[in-house]
Write a protein that binds this ligand. Sequence first.
Ligand code: MN
Length: 351
Amino acid sequence: MALCSKHFMLKNMWSNMLFHGFRRWYSQYTTSKNCKLGILGIPCESGQDKLGPGQGPAAFRKAGLVNKLKTFGNIDVKDYGDVNISSVQHVSNITNCKQFESCIQTAKATSKTILDILSEGKVCCTLGGDHFIALGTVHGHMLAFNNVALLWIDAHADININTTSNSGNMHGMPVSLLTTETRKYWPKLPALEWLQKSIPAKNLAYIGLRSVDIYERLIIDKLGITAFGISDVEKYGIDTVVTMALNQINPRGERSLHVSFDIDSLEPMEAPSTGTPVRGGLSLREGIHIMETVNEHGCLRVLDVVEVNPLIGKKEDVERTVEAAIEIIKAAFIGKREGVRDETILKIPTV
Ligand SMILES: [Mn+2]
């Protein structure tokens, strides 16, 4: 009996060593933990003038996003449905912010929902909606995790303050409400009191900029925000740019990473159905490379995909845009185009 037991132990020891040694090596390339993904629609379009961004989440669902993620990555995905959108109509007491109350109320509800989803130990993919939703998604992320790094991939900087915006559209302002150094330029309003958290400018980086307003440029330069324009992508190449951006905002990999991906960062030929397209953007290949690098980085907790507008362009344009967005989401949460190595696919942030 004793001998049997000894043999059994030895055999187990060897197989454990072999298994765990292999496992440790293997987990450098995949992940050692199971991780669950929550999908949340935020059909908000009050942040801009056009009809349509609010139909973004429905377009993703119609294209079979959840099944595509399950099939491609064999991962645990739960669709949390849509955040209730506020449509408060009363007149705002703040200048140059169109539909201020609706935008702020939606962001507040979003922040709470994101906190709830992250509190379940999930990572999260949010479907916009216009880009103002990111005020709520990033804020909810900061409520759940103290130390957040924010990568903003966009043709535009979205860092206007109400007094510097040309249009008064709030989808061009969420970054200034999120950033510690620019929040103080906003008037102190009761409607903004729920905003308890902010992110220091050093934790923020941009990729893809090519339409930056004059005051936005001033703010970025004055605060020394890491900002890679499309010309930097040409000069250094996308791999160097995304690596430099992540090294700047999360050098030790100890921050929980939030990526806010505006579909207009992509070249309009790749993603035509969006409200403020700017030609000369990132190729889909470059967008996917950014997200695969983010996946390897291993700290991604929330990804926003915003500004898909199914009412712009022909049916083929809408399908092309949604397909491009789904490729971005797959790259972020599942990883390599070359093939998936493990059944426990999702990278869980280690922070
Ligand atoms: Mn944007």
